[in-house]
Design a protein around this ligand. Sequence first.
Ligand SMILES: Nc1nc2c(ncn2[C@@H]2O[C@H](COP(=O)(O)OP(=O)(O)OP(=O)(O)O)[C@@H](O)[C@H]2O)c(=O)[nH]1
Ligand SMILES: [Mg+2]
Length: 223
Amino acid sequence: MTGTPGAATAGDGEAPERSPPFSPNYDLTGKVMLLGDSGVGKTCFLIQFKDGAFLSGTFIATVGIDFRNKVVTVDGARVKLQIWDTAGQERFRSVTHAYYRDAQALLLLYDITNQSSFDNIRAWLTEIHEYAQRDVVIMLLGNKADVSSERVIRSEDGETLAREYGVPFMETSAKTGMNVELAFLAIAKELKYRAGRQPDEPSFQIRDYVESQKKRSSCCSFV
Ligand SMILES: Nc1nc2c(ncn2[C@@H]2O[C@H](COP(=O)(O)OP(=O)(O)OP(=O)(O)O)[C@@H](O)[C@H]2O)c(=O)[nH]1
Ligand SMILES: [Mg+2]
């Protein structure tokens, strides 16, 4: 991903803030940010969701911040997700801080093959509490679940940490696509629910939804 520090690059050639002049092809919008250490797979995660493709080969670290839009339909509502892909490298932190306050949802990724990316999750959560909206939706994701031979973080460790912070958790793979769409659909459902609940609509609990829908990458279950 290319970009200039401090300036957002146009993901789809579309201005992020502009309201549509005619009837939009969506019912509501939500801003989602991808956060986590450099190399955990944020950009690949977004490309997998947006294009259904995996960026293999040389790792090109994101510079600054970039975004992509995708409209998903949940429970009859079209939700336009504006997804901001941030640079995990420390030197871009001040750039990304400026975007936190506009985000309704944050996907916080670590890499199950990288101990320090998991250890840094607490620091990321501290940063989130400092800069993001108080009611922001947070989801913890253990990415690269396809690389089981190099796993150093057990699934239970991710679950325990997520429980401590009261956030939904699942393991994902930007390579195989495991749980990638689910992460965004869960966010879209939560945003739709928050935007206005119909009288006959049951209440929505994002953690329960994720637990019931997520695929697990254990030895004995098939994903
Ligand atoms: N096997 C595997 N490799 C992955 C996965 N996700 C990302 N990668 C690889 O990990 C490396 C880093 O991926 P990126 O998506 O660029 O990482 P990033 O989090 O965007 O990094 P920054 O932009 O620096 O913050 C790349 O070489 C990817 O091919 C995954 O789910 N499985
Ligand atoms: Mg990136």
